[in-house]
Design a protein. Sequence first.
Length: 414
Amino acid sequence: MRDGSWKFSLVCGLLSCSILSCTAQRAPAPAASPPPLVHPEAASAPAVAQLIASPRGSATAPAPEPEATPSYPEGAVDDQPDDSEPGFSLALGELSDGDLERLLADDPQALGGLSIGGPSSGVLVGGERMPEDGEWKLVDPARAYGTRETCDFLAHAIHKVNRELPGGHPLYIGHISARSGGHLNPHKSHQAGRDVDISFYYQGEDAARWYKRGTADNLDLPRTWSFVRALISETDVEMILIDHSIQKLLYDYAQSIGEDQTWLDNVFHGQAGKQRALILHAPGHATHIHIRFYNPIAQEAARRLYPKLIASGKINPPAQYVSYVAKKGDTLIKLAKRFNTTVKAIKQANGLRGTLIRAKVTYKIPKQSGVSLPPRPRIPERRVPPAPDKRDAAGTEAKQRATSAAQEPIQRSL
C-alpha cells in the first residue's frame, strides 16, 4: 500500500461489500441472516480498505440544497446525554494515517463521511444525503445528510420491514444533520450525521403523516416493531428514543408474538449495573422515533484524520458548550461578553428567535475553545434476539393475526 498503485488497488480492486454486512459479525446472526464476515479488528488490510471505499451508488452524487420545509413544531428538541457503553474498539486494519490522509485528499467520497465530535457538539465532513426511495419520504431533504453508515443502516432496517411485511406506507424521515453538521435548529443533537428522526408506521397510508401522535388506535404495531427489532439486531444502534406510552404498546405486542422475555427486558429496561436500555423515554417522542447510531468507520476514521482536518482548515474546532442558569438582569449581550462569544451564537445554540431570556432557565453557551482529539469509539456487541424458531406456536399465530389486521386498512384503500 506504499507504492503509487495504492489508490487503484484500494478503490478499483474491491469486491462489493457494504458497511452493514461488514460490521454485522459482531453478534451472532439469526439463522435467516447472511453469514457474517470476519471481525474488523482481525480483517486484512484489503478487506478493511474494501469496507471503507466500497461505493453505495444511490447516495454518492452531490445533491442540490432544496429549500427548507417547516418540518418541526417550535420548541421540539432531542436532548439526550452523549454517553455510550463500553465495547470493542475498531482499528482500520493496516491502513496508515498517511493512507487515510491520501484518500481524504484524492477521493474523500470513498470514506463515506466523517462523524466528528459528539451528537450535540460535532460536525459532519463529506456527508451524504439520504437517497430517495419508494419505501420512505424525506420531510426536509436539505437536513437529511448523514454518514454512509447511518444511511445504510437506516435503509437496511426499512427494507427489512418491507420484505417481512410488504404493503406498508412509506416512512417519513425527518432531520438527520445539515450538510456540514453542526447546530441544527430546533435540536440540541443531530450535529454529526448519526442521529435520525423518523415516523412510526401507521394503519394505512391515509392515516400516515409526519409528526402524527402515535396511539393504540392508529399505530401499525407489527411493522413498527419489525423496524425497531431490525435496528436493534442488525445495525449498530446506540439508542432509540420513544415515548413511554408507545414503548408499552410495542412491549406488549412483542410479548404477544412470543419474543424472548429476557431479551425484551434487556432492550427495554437494561440490566442494572451492566447495560442500559436501548429503548429510552424522552419527552416529545410520541410523534416520532429518534435513532442514534454508532458509526464504527466514520467515527474511527474521523478520530485518526482529525488533526489533519484541523491543520488543513477543512473544519473549525467544534464549539464546546457550558450550561448557564440565567439570573435576573441577565441579557444576551452580557452573557456574550462574559463567555467571550456572540449574541448570534447563543441564539443559535438555543434556537432563540428573539433576544429575550428568562431568569431560572438553563441556556447553552457556546465557547470556541476547541475540542480535544475524539476518543477511539467503542462499539458494544449487538443485542441479537434468539432465533425466530424458538418462539412458541401461540406467538407465531398471534403475529400472523396481528399482521393481517394491520394490513386490512391498506387492502381496503386499494
